[in-house]
Ligand binder design. Structure first.
Ligand code: NAD
Length: 482
């Protein structure tokens, strides 16, 4: 069998120890891999490379398309970009797959029958990283949700369910509040889900869904979520299953994939041969399936389960009365190697069959574009005069009307304050002023000349958002109370 090239980063903190142990186990189990080591992380950051990755490292990743990565330390403070986010975005790794399984009674958990998989969208949402300070008081982070992004992740979740014999896919969103962004995610979930009649589907509002998941995780099977909710809830799920130290993750894209533990570099534990390598090892198991060596994945996973069952535990999961032997990182790896070929006796053994359980990246349906028409514009102002009285602002803005545009509404932090605002509403120095076309549509030139009049009237405008319809349907929400 020819060896599959993979790119490896040993990482920071506990990274080098858990990577050495994990690679040792994989290779002893017969992994046919050709390792290319790249330098990323803290050393580079501290040497002044704010990206934390050397340009040459991208050549390796482009060549192998498979990245096995130990945790990295991201220095605190602005100016340093997280390699994790950079890698996910640069390589288009849109699906983050995190199995969260409990191993009761061998690892302490309140949820002995938990076995769920979190599939988190990995590139969009508030993680687009587009943030601005707009006024003295107001900061903004843009939440971007796209139709292709939703289609890819939702389809991935259903494909994963089919290939892994899972029965149900659940989506969590907050579409009762974010009707357009989370609303799109939910809508695509219903559309794509309809193509999989054999899989049960359900949708929860994320707050109560999260509470339910933390309380009764056995009620869930596969959960698909937008980025931020997925980030938070996958840590919650891993922790309540037993420990974040036990969970691995796969980051999958159309052209490449990255495999890592979900925890960080735990610098306080570094260099002491203490850390639990299980999260990175299980990520390695997913990698072996991905590169078409499922028999190696199966051998390692079952030997690892047997090791847990035999009570050979690292400090983080060691418990008097249950555990039999407290071991270090290296010895834990050796204990797994000694059990290669064995299966667990109490815990359920895994089987990867022909190794199709991690779907490759999925594509996006081609669809007709909607007819887009601009019918107005929201002009955002930094205004801090006249005791922030919205009625004064509404009156002053009368002078900029004309040329086919009319002021229809002013809101502050989304709450309509003009016309007919309530005196109790707290206002900051950031105002959204909605201008609508008096008839038909607006040309760009009308928006530009409106802005010119707004500037000449002495207002400090921050930005505009065009108000469009798509096939006649409003592409924007109303102000709260509008
Ligand atoms: P962390 O996950 O590194 O550690 C939190 C605590 O969990 C540790 O103090 C330790 O007690 C325990 N722990 C974590 N992994 C363990 C393991 N394998 N075995 C035993 N115990 C373990 O989180 P943190 O302290 O918030 O972050 C440390 C650094 O890691 C930061 O620089 C952060 O940016 C980085 N980080 C990197 C990644 C990544 O590379 N994917 C993810 C998260 C955090």
């Amino acid at each position: 069998m020819s060896k599959t090239p993979i790119t490896v980063a040993y990482g920071d903190g506990i990274g080098p120890e858990i990577m050495a142990a994990s690679l040792h186990v994989l290779q002893e189990a017969g992994a046919q891999i050709d390792i290319d080591v790249i330098e990323v992380g803290e050393k580079l950051y501290l040497a002044g490379n704010t990206a934390g990755i050397e340009p040459g490292a991208w050549d390796s990743l482009r060549r192998t398309k498979v990245f096995y990565k130990a945790p990295l330390t991201t220095p605190q403070g602005t100016g340093f970009k997280s390699i994790n986010v950079t890698t996910r975005k640069t390589l288009g790794l849109y699906a983050n797959v995190r199995p969260c399984v409990s191993y009761s009674p061998y690892v302490r958990t309140k949820h002995p029958v938990m076995d769920l998989v979190i599939i988190r969208e990995n590139e969009e949402d508030l993680y687009a990283g587009i943030e601005h300070r707009q006024t003295d008081e107001v900061y903004q982070c843009l939440k971007l949700i796209t139709r292709p992004g939703c289609e890819k992740i939702v389809r991935y979740a259903f494909e994963y369910a089919i290939r892994n014999n899972r029965k149900k896919v659940t989506a969590f969103t907050k579409d009762n509040i974010m009707k357009m962004t989370d609303g799109l995610f939910h809508q695509v979930f219903e559309e794509v889900g309809a193509e999989y009649p054999q899989i049960e589907k359900e949708h929860w509002i994320v707050d109560i869904g999260a509470a339910k998941m933390a309380d009764t995780p056995e009620a869930f099977d596969v959960i698909v979520l937008p980025n931020l909710y997925g980030d938070i809830l996958s840590d919650v799920a891993a922790q309540i299953a037993g420990s974040v130290g036990l969970a691995g993750s796969a980051n999958i894209g159309e052209h490449a994939a990255m495999f890592e533990a979900i925890h960080g570099s735990a610098p306080r534990r570094a260099g002491q041969n203490m850390a639990n390598p299980s999260g990175l090892l299980l990520a390695g198991v997913m990698m072996m399936v991905h590169i078409g060596q499922p028999e190696v994945a199966e051998r390692v996973h079952n030997a690892w389960l047997r090791t847990l069952e035999d009570g050979v535990h690292t400090y983080d999961i060691f418990r008097d009365g249950v555990s039999k032997e407290k071991v270090g990182t290296k010895e834990f790896g050796e204990a797994i190697v000694a059990r290669l070929g064995q299966k667990p006796q109490q815990l359920k053994a895994v089987s990867y069959g022909s190794g199709e359980n991690i779907p490759p990246g999925s594509s996006v349906a081609v669809r007709a574009k909607a007819k887009k028409e601009t019918i107005g514009v929201d002009v955002f102002l930094n205004w801090d005069e006249s005791d922030r009285d919205p009625n004064v602002l509404g009156e002053k803005l009368k002078v900029v009307e004309g040329d086919g545009v009319k002021l229809s509404m002013i809101s502050n932090r989304g709450q309509t304050v003009w016309p007919k605002g309530q005196p109790e509403t707290f206002c900051v120095d950031h105002w959204r002023c909605r201008f609508l076309a008096t008839e038909g549509t607006l040309q760009h030139s009308q928006i530009v000349s409106l802005l010119d009049r707004v500037g000449k009237a002495g207002f400090d405008f921050i930005k505009t958002e065009n108000l469009c319809t798509f096939d006649g349907k409003k592409g924007y929400t109303l102000g709260q109370g509008e």
